[in-house]
Structure formats: structure tokens, C-alpha cells
Design a protein around this ligand. Structure first.
Ligand SMILES: Cc1ncc(C[n+]2csc(CCOP(=O)(O)OP(=O)(O)O)c2C)c(N)n1
Ligand SMILES: [Mg+2]
Length: 888
């Protein structure tokens, strides 16, 4: 044979026959092994087979491996049709009432079978003897989930009528899955696309972690993540799939609704999204199940003796399939024959009408059931189901398969008639134009069937239950050593690690702590923990670590406590979230401490932080190596001077920038009390720094702890000989030391007395100020409340200077409550790779600039002469023409 030739048909048939006989005799698994052996042999003989991670464009599960369908198809179809109708009516009516209120019809329309088969047969709620399945529902499919909950009796007609009108009397329904808004219903926020699949992977892994550590019984529970095919373009969607395979997460199932469309148009008009995803997931080691064709196709495949059908179907691009979904049977026939003339006689087996109606696999409950069945029984790898559907399925002229379908929110009367007819909804002709919600009578067998199936599967889903009992806040004694201060220079990072160590030793809380690091433990001096509590690994440690003879060796263990995530802040944050909501998902409160480079936190994974607030996550985010001038040398991509600004918008995130070990101890202890004893739905962002200095003892007085938590307290007052004026200096984090130095300078060189306040949280101060303003706005008849900032700052009428290692916006954010105004110093700008002192000079936040800011403000108020300021500048070596750090 020459190089281009392939075996002729006769020869091929001999091979086919031989293979067929082997499969009949030995079974498909043995045949797979045989082919693999042949492939290896061929490689040894020098045969090069082009690599393909794809299988033909047919269903992965052949008809003879389909389990029998256990349900009543008639009831299920009726219920599903009613749910479809109500989901559509919900959106249509909301938009009639309130034009532009939005909502989506077409996503659920394409996914209805995927969800309904799950709800009727697979999704099992948490019970005493079952760990519970967790559902990550595609956000835009929310109307369908509400429509089901309505049939289940969990939602009222009034609530359905108030879809996207949450403030309507009696309460409405949130647009998408938001646990913050519907805390008894939704479990995971998913509508920022890409986050759901990423979180689902880490959630499945965290479930295993809990089991391996004995915090949750090994009693099952699958994580089901539903996502759109367009959503797979988000890097977060596919970014962690190799972890899922590596960890052998057979408790994880992705269901990708391949309706071939996204918002604007086709996902891959010129290609094949299903094949593309198959290759990606198979390459990563997942079990891939393609559900492409409905049962109606089975006889066609059977009669396809030439084996040409898969090839033809595989050569049709997605854009063309989309066109098929809006075209006539005759058109489809013509196009298929254009692709492969040999199909012509074969296609005579079906009529044009049959050809038009023939369904895609994702709309066939039998095929979907079969895929789910194989998925939950698959061992050793996660499963992805690629279900081919039509976007806007059933919407007919008003949007099925159309490019505009994603945005479709209205249906005219004709379209409603067509919908009713197609799905057989029992609504009268007179009513139809109103698009009324329909619920069968309570005693109707179809509704009873639906309820019985949920009861058998453990109860309704989704459902969120925060059942974990409160924990006891550790005794003050645990923190005493930090309140006393340290007699050798240490950093707040070191203090944090020591606090963590003590908490890990706590008899009640210790085991519940989940330290999470993205390959940064050594940076923060946490490597001592490797040996002490171990790094979690689902397979333990299968090698002798290179540092085995070292006291602090790299210990991996199946019950290891640390989640060493590698270099993925998004993945680590997803673990944080899984741990931070375990009080609700598993009824076991765990306390995550996610320690990361502060620069790669808020700005890198801000969307996940936002989701954390939505899902009512609890726990501690610890931003290490923080402070734009405190982290020296690293330059502008590492030195963080704005994460506290980025922490501002997340409403339940409590952000702190402590200066001393005792402040940190007070904040962490109170955080545990709030989140785990009082069960408040909030979480913490605390920055820690790596500058070593002496940690003073906590000043006396109850107001100190209180002030630390509220955001500021008086740390040190200093008089001065013959002082006529007094300044107020606010400092935070490591910059507090610069403030203290400035205090001394002002007293020594200018006889100015001053008070130094440590500001631990500009965010807390601002929230308090805003609450006071709002109260005063709404209560004009009461005497006005005074913000905490005002209460603190009105004690002195002198100038106020605030300095931190963060942007000036932070102190500016409280300026309106400073009775005498304030001057902000901060670290706006890109910065430099430099040493600390030079950076602080560059950004103008060192003691010299703090003193200068105070003197300059005093001169403007006439308290001192401008000459004295100029003189001081010379003394402090501050040049007036120094470049502005903001843009230099
Ligand atoms: C991060 C993010 N970007 C953009 C959007 C806006 N958006 C919502 S749905 C959608 C298209 C979804 O297409 P696909 O994932 O295929 O889902 P389908 O509705 O087709 O099932 C877009 C762009 C979003 N919700 N989240
Ligand atoms: Mg899509």
C-alpha cells in the first residue's frame, strides 16, 4: 500500500468482524484492553497514530448499557411541562408588570430535563445517614428552580408574581441564587460565571478532607455543578479540572448544558464545543459522558451499517446545528445529504417531520438518566456530562435556537398558545393571555408523585440549613502572652503564626481549624506546621521526603490539616469558601485561615471574596507581606498599598490593619466569638506584616480592647515642655511606629504635645460613621448621634494627621467625621523596588513627613509660623521639589 492508502472495505470488514467477535466473547472492557495493547505494540513497531483525545460524535453510553428508566414518564413529563410553563410565565409576567426587570427563559428551557431527572431520581438531601448532595445551579436557570419549588409547595403564587421584586409586600424572589437574600433556599452563588464550577471542585475536595479528618462521616454526597457551555470560556471554569482528577473526586459531577449558544450567538459556530470540551476533560483525566442524541436516534445508528452517521454528524459544525434547530425537516435532509450523499437512501427511513422533531440527547430523560446513573457509579475520577440541547427549547418562534433567545423576556399571545399546545399545559383558552401560574390539585397523582420522589430522596433541594451548634470562644488566657507584649523584635506575621499555633492546640477548636496556603507557608514562617499538623493528601505520603531527617520535614498525610493548595489564590479561596460555609453545608463549623500574599488577594480574587459575603462565609483571610512600604524590595507587583481599599465594598467583610500583636490577638479572639459563638455571618480580612519590632504590652483599660475592635484607640499621649499646641496623629500597621517617632520629634524639636491613636480599621470607623449619619438623617427629631471617630477626635482641637501603608482614600474615608478635618498620608502610586526607609521616604509616610504634615497644618491654622515649617523641612532633608510618588 502506498503512504496515503487506507485498507479497502473488504479488509476493514474482516477486522470489524474479528473485533465484533472478540467483544461478543470477552466483553467491551477486554476489547478496550486489547486495542490499547495493539496500540502499544504498533508504537513499538514504529507506527505513529495521530493523537486524538476525542471519541466519535455519538453518545458515550451505548443503548445496551442504559439502565432501565425507573420513573413514570407520563407524570414526569407533565410536571416538567408545568414547571417549564411557570418558569416562563414568571419572567414574562415580571416584565409585563415592570418593563426591563429582566430574567431568563431560554436557559432553563434548554436545561429542564437535566434538572428534572436530577430532582426526580438523583439529588439526595442531607439526612442522618447520608452526607447530602450539593447543587451548584446555573444562575440563569433560577426561574425553573423556583417553578419547581412552587409545585413542591415551598413558594407561593405571590412570591412567583414577585420574581425580581424582593421588596414587594410579602417578599419576592431574588434574580439568581443568592444565599444572602434567600438564606433558607439558595446554597451557592453561581451567577458570576466560572465561579460555580471552580467552587464546586474545591467543595468536592473539601468534603473528602472533612471525611479523611474525621469531621464528617464517610456517608456519601455528590457535588453536582450545572454550567453553561459558554461559561466554559471563563478561565476559572476549567482552571482547576486537573486537581479534580488528581484527587480522584468521584463525588463530583459537572453537567454542561451544551445548547451551543451563549448570550450573543453560537459558542463555537465554526467548531464543536462538545468535542472541544471532551478533549480538554479527557486530557485532564475526567470520565466524560457525551449525551448527544435522543432515543429516537438509536434505530438510525443501528441501521447505519456503513458506519457513516457518526462521521457526518461529527463534521457538521455547531453553527449549522443551531440552524437545524430553527429549520424544516426538508432543509435538514438536504444539508445532511450535501454532507454525505450516501445518506440519502438511509434517510428515507424517516419523514421530514420526524427529522425536524428528532431530539438532542439532553432533552431525553432516558439518556440523561443513563448518564447520571453511570456518573454516580463511576469510581476513581470525576465525571463531566456533556449534554447537547437546544437553547430556548420549546419557545418556538419566540426564541428557540435564535441568537436573540438569551435576552428573550416577553411572549405574545400567539406564542403563549403555541407553548401551551406543545407542552399540553392544562390552562383554559380564556386565561392563557394572562400567562397564569398553574399548579395541579394537591391530590393529583402527578403532584403526589413529585412529592413522594423528593421525600424518598431526603427532602427538598436546594435548601440551606445552618445547623452547626455554636462553638466556645477560647479563654482570654490563651491570648495573655500577646497582651503582655514581646521583649524581642517580632513581626505581626510571627505573632499571627504563634496565635494560630495556640488555637491549633485548643482542645475544642483545634481540630476545626483549616489552615490554607497557596505555596506561601515558608514566606510566612508557617513551615513549622507542616510536621506538626501535616499537609492534607488524599493518598498520604508515597515517598520519603527529601528533608525527612529534618525536624520540620514536609509531611503529607491523609488526615493532614493544612490545605497546601499550590500557586492558586482562586483555588485556595474556593477552599476557604467551602470551609467557611461548612456550618451550613455539613452542619459542622470549621474555621478557615487562608494566608496569602496580600497583593494577590483582594485585587486578584475579589469576585470570590464578594461571593463569600453572598454565601455567608465565615473565617479569616490573612493578607501577609502587607503594606506598600513594609514589604521591601519586591517592587510594584508585590507591594500592597490598596487591598484595604478593595476590602471596603464587601459589606460583611471586617477589615483590620493591626500594628501590634495584642491588637491582632484581640481581633482574632473577637472574630471567633462573633462568627462561631454568636454565629454572625461575617468574615475577616486582616493584614499582617513582616517588619520586626518590639511588641508593646496592651495599654491598660477596657476601652483599649473596645477601641481596637471599633477601629481606633488612644495608644500614647505625650506632653511637651511649655506646649501651647497639641496634635493628633493617627497611625496604622507598621506605620504606627513612624507616627510614634514623629510624636517624639514634635515634642523634642517643636514643643508640641500630641496623642497617637492606633487605627486598626478604617472600614469599621467608616461603617460606624455612615450608620450615625443615616440615623441622624432619619431621626431629625432626636438629638444627633455622634460617630465614634468624632467622639475620639473631639477630645483635642489640634490638627489631625493620619498615616498608613495604604492609599490616602482610607483616612479620607473618615475625614468628614473629624471635627477639625484631617491630613491624609498614604502610599498612592506604583512605588519602587527599594528598602523600607527609602520607600517610606518615597511615599512620604515616614516620621519626617508625618511631622511635616502636622507642622504644615498648624502653620495654616496660624499656630506656628511658616518659617518654622521650612526650617524643619531643611532639618528633615525634605526637598520641596521632590517628585510626586503618585505618578513617578
Ligand atoms: C462573569 C460573568 N460574565 C458575564 C455574565 C453575563 N452573562 C450571563 S449569561 C451569559 C451567557 C451564558 O451562556 P452559557 O454559559 O452558554 O449559558 P446558557 O444560558 O446558554 O445555558 C452571559 C454572558 C455573567 N453572568 N458572569
Ligand atoms: Mg449555552
Amino acid at each position: 500500500m502506498d503512504s496515503d492508502s487506507i485498507p479497502d472495505d473488504v479488509m476493514l470488514h474482516d477486522w470489524y468482524d474479528a473485533l465484533g467477535a472478540f467483544i461478543d466473547q470477552e466483553g467491551p472492557e477486554a476489547a478496550g484492553r486489547l486495542l490499547r495493547a495493539l496500540q502499544e505494540r504498533a508504537a513499538v513497531e514504529g507506527v505513529r497514530i495521530p493523537f486524538s483525545a476525542n471519541t466519535p460524535y455519538v453518545n458515550t453510553i451505548p443503548q445496551d448499557r442504559q439502565p432501565p428508566y425507573p420513573g413514570n414518564r407520563e407524570y414526569e413529563r407533565l410536571n416538567k411541562s408545568i414547571i417549564r410553563w411557570n418558569a416562563m410565565a414568571m419572567v414574562v409576567r415580571a416584565n409585563r408588570e415592570s418593563d426591563g426587570i429582566g430574567g431568563h427563559i431560554s436557559t432553563y428551557a434548554s436545561a429542564a430535563t437535566l434538572y428534572e431527572v436530577g430532582f426526580n431520581h438523583f439529588f439526595r438531601a442531607r439526612t442522618d445517614d447520608y452526607g447530602g448532595d450539593l447543587l451548584f445551579i446555573q444562575g440563569h436557570a433560577a426561574p425553573g428552580i423556583y417553578a419547581r419549588a412552587f409545585l413542591e409547595g415551598r413558594l407561593t403564587i405571590a412570591q412567583l408574581e414577585q420574581f425580581r421584586r424582593e421588596r414587594a409586600p410579602g417578599g419576592g424572589l431574588s434574580s439568581y441564587p443568592h444565599p444572602w437574600l434567600m438564606p433558607d433556599f439558595w446554597t451557592f452563588p453561581t451567577v458570576s460565571m466560572g465561579l460555580g464550577p471552580l467552587m464546586a471542585i474545591y467543595q468536592a475536595r473539601f468534603n473528602r478532607y472533612l471525611e479523611h479528618r474525621g469531621l464528617k462521616p464517610d456517608n456519601g454526597g455528590h457535588v453536582w455543578a450545572f454550567l453553561g457551555d459558554g461559561e466554559t470560556d471563563e478561565p476559572e471554569t476549567l482552571g482547576a479540572i486537573s486537581l479534580a482528577a488528581r484527587e480522584k473526586l468521584d463525588n463530583l459531577i459537572f453537567v454542561i448544558n451544551c445548547n451551543l449558544q451563549r448570550l450573543d450567538g453560537p459558542v463555537r459556530g465554526n467548531g464543536h464545543i462538545v468535542q472541544e470540551l471532551e478533549a480538554v476533560f479527557r486530557g485532564a483525566g475526567w470520565n466524560v459522558i457525551k449525551v448527544l442524541w435522543s432515543s429516537e436516534w438509536d434505530p438510525l445508528f443501528e441501521q447505519d451499517e456503513l458506519g457513516i452517521l457518526p462521521d457526518v454528524l461529527g463534521s457538521i459544525v455547531d453553527g449549522e446545528y443551531q440552524k437545524f434547530s430553527v429549520e424544516s425537516g426538508a432543509y435538514i435532509r438536504k444539508k445532511l445529504i450535501e454532507h454525505e450523499p450516501r445518506l440519502e437512501p438511509f434517510l428515507h427511513l424517516i419523514t421530514d417531520e420526524q427529522l425536524r422533531k428528532i431530539k438532542r440527547g439532553g432533552h431525553d430523560p432516558v439518556k440523561v438518566f443513563s448518564a447520571y446513573y453511570h456518573a454516580i457509579h463511576h469510581r476513581g475520577a470525576p465525571t463531566v456530562i456533556l449534554a447537547k440541547t437546544i437553547k430556548g427549547y420549546g419557545l418556538g418562534e419566540s426564541g428557540e435556537g435564535k441568537n436573540i433567545t438569551h435576552q428573550q423576556k416577553k411572549m405574545n399571545e400567539d406564542e403563549l398558545w403555541e407553548f401551551r399546545g406543545r407542552f399540553g399545559i392544562p390552562i383554559s383558552d380564556e386565561e392563557i393571555a394572562f400567562a397564569p401560574f398553574y399548579k395541579p390539585p394537591e391530590d393529583s397523582p402527578s403532584l403526589q408523585y413529585l412529592l413522594e420522589h423528593r421525600a424518598a430522596l431526603g427532602g427538598f433541594m436546594p435548601q440551606r440549613k445552618a445547623t452547626a451548634p455554636p462553638l466556645k470562644t477560647p479563654d482570654e488566657l490563651v491570648f495573655e502572652e500577646f497582651y503582655r507584649g514581646a521583649d524581642r523584635p517580632v513581626s505581626t506575621t510571627m505573632a499571627f503564626v504563634r496565635i494560630l499555633l495556640k488555637l491549633l492546640r485548643d482542645s475544642e477548636l483545634g481540630k476545626l481549624i483549616v489552615p490554607i496556603v497557596p505555596d506561601e507557608a515558608r514566606t510566612f514562617g508557617m513551615d513549622g506546621l507542616f510536621r506538626q499538623i501535616g499537609i492534607y493528601s488524599n493518598v498520604g505520603q508515597r515517598y520519603e521526603p527529601v528533608d525527612a531527617d529534618n525536624l520540620l520535614y514536609y509531611k503529607e498525610a491523609r488526615d493532614g490539616q493544612i490545605l497546601e493548595e499550590g500557586i492558586t489564590e482562586a483555588g485556595s479561596m474556593s477552599s476557604f469558601l467551602a470551609s467557611g460555609v461548612s456550618y451550613a453545608t455539613h452542619g459542622v463549623a470549621t474555621i478557615p485561615f487562608f494566608v496569602f500574599y496580600s497583593m494577590f488577594g483582594m485585587q486578584r480574587i475579589g469576585d470570590l471574596v464578594w461571593a463569600g459575603g453572598d454565601m455567608r462565609a465565615r473565617g479569616f483571610l490573612i493578607g501577609g507581606t502587607a503594606g506598600r512600604t513594609t514589604l521591601a524590595g519586591e517592587g510594584l507587583q508585590h507591594q500592597d498599598g490598596h487591598s484595604h481599599l478593595l476590602a471596603m465594598p464587601s459589606p460583611t467583610l471586617r477589615a483590620y490593619d493591626p500594628a501590634f500583636a495584642f491588637e491582632l490577638a484581640v481581633i482574632i479572639r473577637d472574630g471567633i466569638r462573633r462568627m462561631y459563638e454568636e454565629q454572625e455571618d461575617c468574615f475577616y480580612y486582616i493584614t499582617v506584616e513582616n517588619e520586626n519590632y518590639l511588641m508593646p504590652p496592651m495599654p491598660e483599660g477596657e476601652h483599649v480592647k473596645d477601641g481596637i475592635l471599633k477601629g481606633m484607640y488612644l495608644f500614647k499621649s505625650m506632653g511637651a515642655k511649655g506646649a501651647r499646641h497639641r496634635a493628633t496623629l493617627l497611625g496604622s500597621g507598621a506605620i504606627l511606629n513612624e507616627t510614634l517617632k514623629a510624636q517624639e520629634y514634635l515634642a523634642r524639636r517643636h514643643n508640641i504635645a500630641s496623642d497617637v491613636w492606633s487605627v486598626t480599621s478604617y472600614k469599621a470607623l467608616r461603617h460606624d460613621g455612615m450608620a450615625c449619619d443615616r440615623h441622624n438623617l432619619l431621626h431629625p427629631d432626636e438629638s444627633p448621634r455622634k460617630s465614634y471617630v468624632t467622639q475620639c477626635l473631639e477630645k483635642s482641637d489640634g490638627v489631625v494627621v493620619a498615616a498608613s501603608d495604604y492609599v490616602k482614600m482610607l483616612p479620607d474615608g473618615i475625614a468628614r467625621w473629624a471635627p477639625q478635618g484631617l491630613t491624609s498620608l498614604g502610599t498612592d502610586g506604583f512605588g519602587r523596588s527599594e528598602a523600607r526607609a527609602e520607600l517610606r521616604d518615597f511615599f512620604e509616610v515616614d516620621h519626617r513627613f508625618i511631622a511635616l504634615a502636622a507642622l504644615s497644618a498648624m502653620a495654616r491654622r496660624g499656630e506656628i509660623s511658616p518659617d518654622a515649617v521650612t526650617k524643619s523641612m531643611r532639618e528633615l532633608h525634605i526637598a520641596p521639589d521632590k517628585p510626586d510618588p503618585l505618578l513617578s
